[in-house]
Design a protein around this ligand. Structure first.
Ligand code: NAP
Length: 477
């Protein structure tokens, strides 16, 4: 696929300042961050005479959209190099194609050079009619879906023909607006065109996701014409009903949609089906069907296996079976990650013992993998044999509770290998203490890289820039 760079996409940011000096300074900052133009909200300024506006415009270092009250329209009309944008703000009620079409026709009838539509959106699916307008409007159109469910209106706008996108200044995320620095450095929207395939992470919340920092650079590294964006989704079924086009090509699925995602797919990979959770969905190019996978399982289990194999090789040992076959595999946690690990360990022939704060959940999972569930309080004293595997798939030790560990240092002596699914921080207390008692340690970052690689392969039908993705993750985390 061709990734031509378009030079005509404009990145704009809104400036609301009290004084002319602040406006000029903010404009300079916007320029540094990569904005092509600014929208000056004059109503935020306290100026005493119209000449100050004239001064501001003459001192500006970027082209400016001037948001003004009708009173000084005449003043601007006199400027020969100005164009008029007629803007509407729609809030309340769901935006339909008909409603937006009528509104645009009305704005067009004023003789506007450019039309701008700001629309409050309640759901991410409300953005779809705006994309339709971008594609079909005869007059230059600027759209913005307001609110954090509207973010894709800016990130995907260029795919549907937007000539201008808005961003926020100073690296801060305003709901619905990506930071300009992300537009320029992560998403590189100037590369997006009508042929770009759309990928994203469907989650709620979604702001914490590192996926965009990884998949977007990987697309560019491999020359694949794709974009990967955060998608704040409330109803996953409705999402797929509305965004059913073949260009919506692949998705990571996060909290709380992993289980519901199984039902949304036309086909589900048998492993994901038995785990009961889908973390990756692709729209199969051949027939447009949604196919679900779980890349968490293989990612975590192969990370553990490879570390053990490396140790075996170093000791001059070799084996044809999985190094965890027959071993006691102690799993802490029975949530999404825990389920993936339990099924993975079972598939390799390990004896799975599950500890989970909620014991019923532990029992249900133990039953599903023909394992054993024991009370959470017994975890520290559990010493079935020496050389066991410990996998933490609970949130214990995750930021901000970095001083916590699910297992005491004294108890870690029974384990040959300790894996922690937690990847923020990279080196958890559990891993530090396990290394201190001489266990092989495997970080959640390794699982993260592998599950992302698995997703990227599925997204692109096989591309796997492993070294690049590994390097990118290590830089970002
Ligand atoms: N490295 C990776 O690529 C990767 C991928 C997925 C997940 N993860 C990490 O794995 C961890 C679990 O994620 P998940 O998706 O499985 O989440 P989840 O489905 O919400 O499950 C959370 C698990 O943590 C347990 N837990 C939470 N707080 C606890 C506490 N204070 N004490 C004891 N147990 C506690 C829960 O026990 P209850 O059942 O009793 O609530 C449950 O077993 C997270 O830290 C996540 O970041 C990493």
């Amino acid at each position: 696929m061709v990734m031509a760079r378009r030079s005509d996409l404009l990145v704009c940011t809104t400036l609301e300042c009290e004084t002319k000096e602040e406006m000029v300074a903010s404009m300079e900052k916007a320029k540094e961050e990569g904005a092509d133009l600014v929208e000056l909200h004059l109503d935020s300024m306290s100026f005493s005479h119209i000449s100050e506006v004239e001064q501001l415009l003459s001192q500006r270092t970027l082209p400016a959209i001037v948001a003004l009250d009708v009173g000084i329209t005449d003043f601007l009309n006199e400027r020969s190099n100005s164009k008029i944008i007629v803007s509407s703000y729609l809030n309340g009620g769901r935006p339909s194609k008909e409603k937006l079409g009528n509104l645009i026709a009305c704005q067009q009838s004023t003789g506007a050079d450019v039309i701008k539509l700001m629309v409050d959106v309640v759901y991410i699916t409300d953005v779809a009619p705006l994309f339709h307008m971008l594609t079909h409007c005869q007059v230059p159109l600027i759209v913005r879906a307001v609110g954090d469910r509207g973010l894709i209106s800016q990130l995907l706008g260029p795919k549907f023909g937007a000539f201008l996108v808005c961003g926020s200044l100073g690296g801060t995320s305003t709901p619905g607006l990506p930071p300009i620095v992300s537009i320029k450095q992560v998403y590189k929207l100037e590369h997006i065109n009508a042929n770009t395939k759309v990928f994203g992470v469907i989650s709620n919340p979604v702001g914490h996701s590192k996926g965009p920092l990884l998949h977007n650079p990987a697309f560019r590294h491999t020359g694949y014409n794709g974009i990967y964006v955060p998608m704040l989704v409330d109803d996953i079924k409705e999402f797929f009903r509305v965004y059913s086009g073949t260009d919506f090509a692949g998705f990571s699925v996060g909290i709380p949609h992993k289980e519901a995602a199984v039902e949304c797919c036309d086909e589900v990979d048998p492993l994901a089906k038995s785990i009961g959770a889908v973390n990756t969905i692709i729209r199969r190019p051949a027939d447009g069907k949604l196919v679900g996978f779980n890349t968490d399982c293989e990612a975590s289990i192969t990370a553990i296996e490879d570390a053990l194999i490396e140790r075996q090789v170093a000791n001059g040992e070799a084996s044809l079976t999985s190094p965890i076959a027959g071993k006691v595999f102690v799993l802490v946690g029975a949530g999404g990650a825990g389920r993936a690990l339990a099924f993975g360990a079972k598939s390799r022939g390990a004896r799975v013992v599950i500890f989970n704060r909620n014991f019923e959940r532990a029992m249900a999972l133990a039953q599903a993998v023909s394992g054993e569930a024991l009370p959470y309080e017994c975890l520290d004293t559990f010493r079935a044999e020496n050389g066991m595997i410990l996998a933490n798939a609970s949130a214990v030790g995750m930021q901000p509770n970095c001083d916590q560990s699910p297992v005491s240092k004294e108890a870690l002596g029974s384990y040959q290998l300790v894996f922690d699914a937690v990847y923020t921080p990279r080196n958890t207390r559990l891993l530090r203490e396990a290394a201190e008692v001489g266990a092989v340690v495997v970080s959640g970052v390794e699982m993260f890289v592998r599950q992302a690689l698995g997703q990227f392969k599925l997204f692109t039908s096989g591309l796997a820039p492993e070294d690049f993705m590994r390097r990118t993750v290590l830089q970002q985390f």
